[in-house]
Write a protein that binds this ligand. Sequence first.
Ligand code: ADP
Ligand code: MG
Ligand code: MG
Length: 889
Amino acid sequence: MAKWVYGFGDGRAEGAAEMRDLLGGKGANLAEMSNLGLPVPPGFTITTEVCTWYYDNGRQYPADLDTQVDAALTAIGDMTGRVFGDKDNPLLVSVRSGARASMPGMMDTVLNLGLNDQTVLALEAASGDARFAYDSYRRFIQMYSDVVLGVEHHAFEEILDIFKEGKGHALDTDLSPDEWKQVIERYKALVEEELDQPFPQDPREQLWGAIGAVFGSWMNPRANTYRALYNIPANWGTAVNVQAMVFGNMGDTSATGVAFTRNPSTGENALYGEFLVNAQGEDVVAGTRTPQNITEAARIEAKSDKPSLEKVMPEAFGQFLEICNKLEQHYCDMQDLEFTIERGRLWMLQTRSGKRTAKAAMKIAVDMADEGLISHEEAILRVDPAALDQLLHPTIDPAARRDIVATGLPASPGAASGQLVFTSDEAVELAGTEQKVILARVETSPEDIHGMHASQGILTTRGGMTSHAAVVARGMGKPCVSGAGSIVIDYRKETLTAGGRTFNKGDIVTIDGGTGELLAGAVPMLQPQLSGDFAELMEWADDVRRMKIRTNADTPTDARHARDFGAEGIGLCRTEHMFFDDERIIAVREMILAETETGRRTALAKLLPMQRQDFTELFEIMHGLPVTIRLLDPPLHEFLPKTEKGIAEVASVMGVDPERLRARTHALVELNPMLGHRGCRLAITYPEVAEMQARAIFEAAVAAAKTTGEPVVPEIMVPLVSLKPEFDFVKARIDAMAEAVAQETGVTVAYQVGTMIELPRACLRAAEIAETAEFFSFGTNDLTQTAFGISRDDAASFIGDYMKKGLIDQDPFISLDPEGVGELVQIGCERGRAQRPDIKLGICGEHGGDPASIDFCESVKLDYVSCSPFRVPIARLAAAQATLKARKG
Ligand code: ADP
Ligand code: MG
Ligand code: MG
C-alpha cells in the first residue's frame, strides 16, 4: 500500500527536512522541527504525490487515502487528548497548503476547522472564554466560505463593518460574545443565500472540502502566474498539512507573529519581526491592525509606542529567541518563522529559509562564512546572481533636494521614479509602451503580481514590513515603500493625497525604498558602487571561478564602469556605436553614399582620427587588458539620413545634388537587412572601410602603449563570417595594415585576428575557419536568430505566446537555448579546438550576462564571457557558481 500521509508531533515525525519534494517545504520543516523536539502542534502531511495523482485522475483521490487520513487524525487526537468531530471535546485543525518551493500568499489556509454550532459550545466551555470561541467560529465561517465555497471575503467584511458601525465599535476585539453570535447568524444566512444550502456543519465534510480546495488552488490563476514568474513546474504539486489548532486569539496572554532570525532587508544579525496580541493567523500580515515589534531594540528604532514581545511576554520571548538560534544553527541559514502563543505557551508553526533582499543575502552569506557557519564556497552559492541586479540599481543622490511628500516603511531598497498609476492593469499597459511607472495601492494582493512586475517601484498605504507588497517586492528586487499611512489614495478619482498635496495619475514621483520616502518629481540618482560585503563576496567568487569576465563596451564611460565592476577586458567593442555622434555621422554618411572608392577614402580619412582617438582612450582605460574590437557590422542603411533636412545636409558637404543622394539612399534599401549586406560582407565590398578601422586600431595601440607603459594586444574581430575565404580576405587587409603601421611608426604591435561565430555554417565549419582565425567569440544574439530563423526584432510579438502556452520555458534571446543553439556552440568549440588547441573562445551576446547561460558556457569550457558593464558582477558570481557546480559534477 502506498504511503500518502506522514504524521508529526510530540518530538518525532515520519518525515524530515530532506523530504521536501514529497512533503512540500512546510510539511518537511514541520516534521524537522518536531524531530528537533521543538513545540509544534501535532499534525500530518498529505504528500505532493497525492496532488499529482489527483490531477492525473480527473480530480479524484487514491482509494486508501481516507483510511490513512482517519488514522492520522486519530493520532493527533491521541496527542492532544481530543477527538475530531466530537461535540464535547472537539479537535480543531488548520488545513494548510505547502509546495516544494515556498509560494507566499499563493495558496489558501483554513483555520479553526471542525467548528460548528455544537463544537463552538464545547470550545466556549473548555476555554471559559465565549468571546474567543465565537471569534474563532466566525473566522472559520469566513475563511472556509471564501476559500472552499467561493463566497467572497469582502461580503463578510461588509456585514462586519456595518455591524460594528451600528454598535459603535472600532475594533473586532470590541465585540461581545453575543454580538459575535449575531454576526455569525448573518454570516450563515449570507452563505445560504449565495449557495442555496446551509454552511456545512459536518467536520468531516469540512475537512475534505478544505483538502480539495488546497489541491484545487494549485491550479488557480494566481498560483499559475507565480509559478510562471519563478519557473516552478506545474507537476511538482502541493502537499496539504492538517495540524491541531493552537490559539493566539485566546485573550491578552495569547499572540501570533512572524519573524526573521536576521533582518531580511539589511541582513543585520538581529532578530526581526512583528506580532499582534489576541490575534490569529493572517491578522499580522493582513495590515488591518498595526503590528508590534518583537524585540525592544527594534521597537526603539522604529520609535513605536506599542510594547514589544520582549516586554509583554518575556518568558515566551526568551524561549522563542533560543529556538531561533537553534533553528539557524541547524539549517545554517536565516529562517523565516511563524509562531503563536496560546495563554503564554509558545508554539512553532513554520520555519523556512527566509526571502531576503540581495543586500541582505550578501551580508548574511558573508557574515555566516565569517562566523564559521558556512564555507566561502557555500557563501558564493547562497547569493542569487540575478538578484545582484538590485544592488546595481541607482540610489538617490545624497546631494539632491528631497521634496518629501510622505514617509512609510523602507520595505525594499533602491530608488525609482515614474508616473503614478493606481491599478496593476494600467501599470502593465504603460510598461508595455516603455514608460516607467510607480504603482500606488492601498495594499497589494496576489492579483497585483503582474502590475508589480511591470512597475519600477511599489507604494502602499497599508501593511507592514511583512505585508504582501513588501515580501513580493523584495523577491522581485523592486524598490518598495509600504504602510505609508498618511497617504490617502482615491481609486475613483485616481488621486493620491498627502500633507495637503494631491497627485494625479500620470504625475511623476520618486520612491526611496531605503528610507521609505515618497518624493515629488524625478530626483537625481547615483550609480551603485562595489564595496564592503559585496566586494568581499566578489573576491571569494574571483578565487573560485575559471572563466574570465569581460565586458561589452563601446564608450569610455562604459569601459570605466565595467572596470570598476571588475571586468577583465573588453569582449566586444562595437565600432559603429562610435559613428552616431553628431559630428561624425555626416562623415559616415558621406562615406556610405560616396559612389567611388576615392569618394569613400576622402570620407574615411575624416573618420580615421576620430576612431583612433576612441580606441586610444579605450586601450588606456583597459590598461593592458585584452580588448576585442569588431569591425563595422550593421546594415549601412541604419546610418542613412531619414529626413529631407538630413539628406540636404550631407549633399551640401559632399557637394552633390540632393536628388542623386536620395536615389542612392533608395538603392541601399534592403528587404531583409539583418540577412543582407552587413558584417564582413561590407568589408568584402568596401575593403577600405576595414583598412581604415585596422589602421585606427594599430595606431591607437602604439599610442596607448606609450602612455600606459603596458603593451596593448588588440584582438580584431571580423563579424558574420560563414566562409573561410571571407575571413581570409579581410584578415589579409588587416595584416597588410599592421605591416604598414609598423613601417611608419617603427613599432610592431602584437595582435590577433579572429571572428565572431554567429552563423550556423560558421559553427559547422569551425575547424576550417580556425586554420587562420586565432580566436572565436560566439555572437549568440545573431546565432540564436539564425539557428531558430526567428528575427530578434520581431520575436517580441509572439515569443510571449510560446511561453504562455508552455511551448518554451525561456525566451531564447534572454537565456541561451542549451539544446539547439547550445549544440551549435559546442560544435564550434570542439571543431575550433581540434584545429587550433589554444584557440581563445568567448561569448559576447546578451547571454553573457545571464546566469543560466553562463552555466552553459562553463560546460563547454569557454575562456571568458562578455556582458554589459552593469552585469559584470552578476557574471563574476554566476561564473564562480558554475565552476563550483561543475566541480561537484
Ligand atoms: P502561508 O503559507 O500563507 O503562510 P500558513 O499555512 O502558514 O499559510 O498559515 C498562515 C497562518 O495561519 C500561520 O502563520 C499561522 O499564524 C496560522 N496557522 C496555521 N496553522 C495553524 C495552527 N495549527 N494553529 C494556529 N494557527 C495556525
Ligand atoms: Mg506561513
Ligand atoms: Mg551579430
